[in-house]
Ligand binder design. Sequence first.
Ligand code: ARG
Length: 309
Amino acid sequence: MDGMTTTVAATTGRSQRRVRPRHFLMCPPTHFDVSYAINPWMDPAVPVDRDRAYAQWSAVVAAYERAGHRVDRLEPVPGLPDMVFAANGATVVDGRTLLARFATPQRAAEADAHRAWHQRFGVLYGGLAGARLAEPVAVNEAEGDFAVLSSVVLAGHGYRTSPDAHAELAALTGREVVGLELVDPRFYHLDVALAVLDEDTDQVAYHPPAFSAASQRVLAQRFPDAVIADDADAYAFGLNLVGDGRHVFMPTGAVHLRTELEARGYACVELDTSELLLGGGSVKCCTQEIRSLPAPRTAGPAAGEGEPR
Ligand code: ARG
């Protein structure tokens, strides 16, 4: 059986990897475009093939759904060409939602769409005890700069999210928030420099040169087992991935990173996001996670069902 074969393949790593079903919020690239440049990857002179972007985005959604994850759609708004990058709209940890406040005027109005979705469909109205929806004070670009782990939240700063926002997230969630300074404008968000492979076991991968020397020391100390992504991995946006405990949904082209992940027992699902890369984003940038309940420390249901192909 399919499931059997893949389970065997996935136990070549240190432990057997298991899927924990996730709830994601994503926004179709209906109005996707590169009409301004707010990161070094964007060039308004290069035309965008929106149909292709839509097909690539749909393949990401399909891969999540095949693996058993729930994907809710956020209604795209005309005139907001970066809305496909839904990770930037809000951070939800244990049913507590911190809305985004964007660093650039071009994206500011996206926050209203996210607020409206969270007010209507978010955890606050799911009847979850302790759920909260918080308005941001300082600039924060949500999961672009906040990496949620079971024990801690890693928080990027230097280009977009303000260090003041780190304290807001800590106050809202009660979690320790560890600041990491980004020093290379190509890695302007934390989620292009560091990936959460498994939120429940605090497994990460990162690209050291994206961080200041002090932040590299923090990472090396806290994550001695981390996977290190090389230049080619990082430039291919290889770290802009989503892990569900067993699968790693990642952009194509991060050859060394993929080999490392497979050696640790992850099942890599490669997705072509070439069109979305024109906006400076890939798989993770398109994906906001709705974490309505505390993440369990141990594994969820057995993998093998709904295996993406
Ligand atoms: N063009 C968008 C920007 O520069 C891309 C955002 C990518 N999102 C992310 N989570 N890294 O804001």
